[in-house]
Design a protein around this ligand. Structure first.
Ligand code: SF4
Length: 291
């Protein structure tokens, strides 16, 4: 039951669906259902009430994913389908876990589904603990590896690792208590023939990306797509460790092959090669102009 101090934001369009005053401005609903949610006064709002089945479905998924339960309805709805929908497909065997956690400021968590003979499933960063999600993860084969991109997005890592018997992987400079496999230094480390950890210090000292099958790059808060700028970028105003170090990390990362950028915060990008290489060069140049 939402607390009585939560109020419907006046910026919402009139109608059943609304965002309340507890919104932390994490951006999740806006990229999940942009035809329904946008930003006003540093919070999200409903700018358009869902008017099609497709919009209703995407708004309900955003409601379930919202880390703070800030998306609500005036009338009662059956959300069972939305709750059991996650993880939802992104591309190939990569899924979006939904159930974003407030402790990681609503960072996105991903699941890579692989058969046991290829090393089993990989969870990238931690969603919030939820019974429906855990049941679906069990149905999809559990979690063998839990890769943590950096210290900000660990959320309920210990609970997921204990429940699934997963091996947690994290860079030494950010590693929290209990991590089973600690990666050190600046050089890439192959976990198996499909998974490569690429240290990308900068946003935090121990930030790292995970590259899957030289196609999908999970970037945490190191790299994302900017809708407003129209190119790949890094969070200059949220560099907690060192911007120049992050530029050097980005230059090393640009040598890798990938087509998808799948961030914790910020927007995804799918840019087929060789255009992705040009996008990375543009990103590095943009960063250097801000050094
Ligand atoms: S997902 Fe929730 S907390 Fe995040 S911006 Fe939307 S309403 Fe706000």
């Amino acid at each position: 039951m939402p607390s009585a101090s939560r109020r419907r934001l006046t910026t919402n369009a009139p109608g059943d669906l609304f965002v309340d005053s507890s919104c932390i401005d994490c951006d999740t609903c806006r990229w999940m259902a942009p035809s329904v949610f946008d930003r006003a006064d540093e919070q999200s709002r409903v700018h358009h009430q869902p008017s099609s089945e497709e919009e209703r479905a995407s708004a309900q998924l955003a409601l379930v994913a919202c880390p703070t339960g800030s998306i609500r309805t005036e009338t009662k709805h059956d959300l069972a389908a939305a709750r059991s929908a996650f993880p939802i497909p992104v591309d190939g065997d990569v899924f979006h876990c939904g159930y974003h956690s407030e402790s990681s400021f609503g960072a996105t968590s991903y699941l890579v589904v692989r058969p046991p003979e290829r090393g089993g499933n990989v969870l990238v960063d931690s969603p919030r603990w939820n019974k429906s999600l855990v049941a679906r993860l069990e149905e999809l084969g559990g979690v063998r590896t839990l890769f943590l991109t950096h210290v900000d997005d660990v959320a309920e890592h210990a609970r997921f690792a204990a429940h699934f018997g997963a091996e947690r992987v994290m860079h030494a400079a950010d590693a929290v208590a209990g991590i089973e496999r600690v990666i050190a230094g600046d050089e890439p480390v192959d976990l198996d023939p499909e998974l490569r950890v690429i240290p990308t210090s900068g946003h935090t000292a121990g930030s790292a990306c995970l590259l899957y099958r030289a196609r999908y790059l999970f970037t945490g808060d190191h790299l994302a797509w900017s809708e407003t700028r129209g190119h790949l970028y890094a969070f200059r105003s949220a560099t907690w460790f060192d911007w120049k170090t992050q530029i050097r990390s980005m230059e090393r990362l640009a040598r890798e092959r990938f087509e998808w950028v799948l961030p914790g915060h910020g927007r995804r990008a799918h840019v087929p090669l060789p255009a992705m290489r040009e996008e990375m060069e543009r990103c590095v140049a943009w960063m250097k102009a801000r050094a």
